[in-house]
Design a binder for this molecule. Sequence first.
Ligand SMILES: [Zn+2]
Length: 111
Amino acid sequence: MVHAESPAARAALESERSRVNEQLAHLGHDGANGTFDEGFADIGQVTAERGEVDAIVGSLLETLHDVEHALAKLDDGNFGTCEDCHQAIGSARLEAMPAARFCIDCASAKR
Ligand SMILES: [Zn+2]
């Protein structure tokens, strides 16, 4: 497995994770507990904005989930393996998207 030991990927994933957590904290969302704290009321003053913030938080949580998942795959030694066809994910794709779960073929087949 070419990607089994990939310090660069781990560093990229960990920095992505802190970036997402920071953004969530900024939005008043506690990423760890999956709840909004008291401060959220100040950010989501207008109902329309609340919906927008929910959408942003939703996509941040999705990213966080993918990043955590990729880190777990690194720990398992499965990093860089497509979860669908179990072939190696291209290194260019992994560099661009370290949290990618599927190879380019499977990812495009899903769209
Ligand atoms: Zn695949």
